[in-house]
Ligand binder design. Structure first.
Ligand code: FA5
Length: 335
């Protein structure tokens, strides 16, 4: 019987893997194993012999089981180590193929303009892209019957609201909410039912600007516009001021810059004219002040509506407006 134990222990020690160890366990400890065989004829033994045999079987079982458990643990630990090694992940390694993003060129310019105007004491305001007819038109001195409504081909929504055609409604909201004196800019997205070409998008960006104070004149307007353009282009740009008509300013101007794409001879962006219309502006019409609860005899102001998308095109020499919102990473990753 001692031989039986010795041979079981030797086989356990020499098992080379978990399967072999399991086979040894079944052979000795299994229901039909060698220890079970020894209990089979216990009934034929005398009580003393039976007690002796029982004691031996229990002791044998205990020592074989212990040896088996110890060996099994070493196989389990080795298997776990192999698994951990195979599945090891370094969570600090940056994911392969992920490229860092960057700010869109329009956002870059927008943030620069915001910084500049904040440094000049202006507040940056936000307004809704879905506007009321009142804020987009009526409060800007463009009543329903007025032909000036045709200047901006509008996306109307069910229920009478619309996608704002310009950022000018934020002027109105600024005056209503903050009152005079007021210095604000409002960058944002605008929408028009436009035929898309190299310089026209249906969805584009503008920055509205407004200053309402005592004795504001065209000289203030020109000062701020020049400060803005030289900060953005970081060089001398040629500008021209033409009379321009917008019902919410009087007098109104179109500030154009010499086309920076072609330098003057004419191209698709400037429609062969050599000039790009960039910055309509003027002195705020008294009716507009009045409708927003500001007394035009006490206060005056200037306003401008910068075409931010076109400004980005001029600054970076982009000759087709469609590239800016095309989502082509080959284009965008250059900025
Ligand atoms: C306006 O939208 C007026 N609200 C601007 C204004 C504000 C005037 C305050 C006076 C006082 P206009 O329709 O011209 O004006 O548009 C302003 C600028 O937006 C244009 O000079 C141009 O740079 C840009 N823009 C207009 N339509 C488009 C378009 N379809 N695609 C890209 N840019 C456009």
């Amino acid at each position: 019987m001692q031989d039986l134990i010795d041979s079981a222990l030797a086989r356990i020690q020499s098992a080379v893997n978990a399967d072999e160890l399991e086979a040894v366990r079944v052979e000795f400890l299994g229901r039909k194993g060698k220890l079970a065989d020894l209990s089979k004829d216990m009934g034929k033994l005398s009580p003393a012999e039976r007690a002796e045999r029982g004691k031996f079987i229990n002791a044998a079982k205990k020592s074989i089981e212990e040896a088996y458990e110890a060996r099994k643990q070493s196989f389990d630990a080795a298997a776990l180590a192999i698994l951990l090694d195979a599945e090891w992940l370094d969570l600090t390694v940056p994911a392969a193929g992920v490229k860092p993003g960057a700010l869109h060129p329009i956002t870059q310019i927008q943030w620069e303009i915001e910084d500049l105007f904040r440094s000049l004491g202006f507040t940056v305001l936000d307004g809704p892209e879905v506007e009321t007819e009142y804020h987009n038109f009526d409060a800007l001195n463009i009543p329903a019957h007025h032909p000036a409504r045709d200047m901006q081909d509008t996306f109307w929504l069910e229920g009478g609201n619309l996608l704002r055609t310009h950022t000018s409604p934020v002027q109105v909201r600024g005056m209503e909410r903050l009152g005079p004196p007021l210095r604000m800019i409002a960058p944002g997205r605008t929408f028009r039912n436009e035929e898309v070409d190299a310089s026209h998008e249906h969805t584009f960006y503008q920055v509205e600007g407004m200053m309402v104070d005592r004795d504001v004149s065209v000289a203030h307007l020109i000062y701020f516009m020049k400060t803005l353009l030289s900060a953005i282009f970081k060089r001398e740009v040629t500008v021209r001021l033409r009379p321009g008509y917008f019902p919410f300013v009087e007098p109104g101007f179109e500030l154009d810059i010499r086309c920076l794409i072609c330098g003057g001879p004419g191209c698709a962006v400037c429609k062969q004219s050599g000039w790009v219309e960039l910055l309509p502006c003027g002195l705020v019409h008294p009716n507009v002040l009045l409708m927003s609860g500001i007394d035009p005899d006490q206060w005056g102001g200037f306003a401008f509506g910068l075409g931010l998308t076109r400004l980005a095109m001029m600054r970076y020499g982009i000759d087709d407006i469609r590239l800016l919102q095309g989502g082509d990473l080959r284009f965008l990753s250059q900025f």
